[in-house]
Write a protein that binds this ligand. Structure first.
Ligand SMILES: NC(=O)c1ccc[n+]([C@@H]2O[C@H](COP(=O)([O-])OP(=O)(O)OC[C@H]3O[C@@H](n4cnc5c(N)ncnc54)[C@H](OP(=O)(O)O)[C@@H]3O)[C@@H](O)[C@H]2O)c1
Length: 96
């Protein structure tokens, strides 16, 4: 796939941010991420690759409206989706 279109939840830090960097650097991916915070480390990734390659939606995976928001942002920007990486809050309950 030339430039896979991916949503990765929880890309603001930790494993999620590391995976985003690898997807952008090594796989020419386009990535949309959903996290509650938007720290400087993630801002610098957006500045480096630009909004054509990486989109940040601030929100909570426990809220369906926030999940809809990131899907809509990714589909609007990338024209579709190829993969979903559900990394955020895998161990703790986040709502219904
Ligand atoms: N590291 C390990 O050894 C290990 C082992 C087993 C499983 N895991 C799982 O692997 C995943 C990543 O681990 P990690 O060590 O990288 O954790 P981390 O450093 O705490 O990062 C978690 C990421 O998920 C986001 N997040 C958490 N709750 C969220 C919510 N309700 N809505 C949206 N975003 C949310 C955080 O962003 P915000 O805080 O900005 O929302 C952050 O970007 C987690 O699901 C963890 O449970 C990790």
């Amino acid at each position: 796939m030339a430039s896979p279109r991916i949503i990765l939840t929880g890309g603001s830090k930790g494993l999620g941010l590391a995976i985003i960097r690898i997807l952008l650097e090594k796989h020419n991916a386009r990535v949309a991420t959903l996290s509650r915070s938007y720290p400087d480390e993630l801002k610098s990734v957006v500045e480096k690759y630009g909004p054509e390659r990486v989109i940040v939606v601030q929100g909570d995976v426990g809220k369906s409206e926030d999940n809809v928001k990131v899907v809509k942002a990714a589909v609007d920007a990338f024209g579709g989706l190829d993969s979903l990486i559900l990394n955020a809050a895998t161990l703790d309950p986040v709502g219904k």
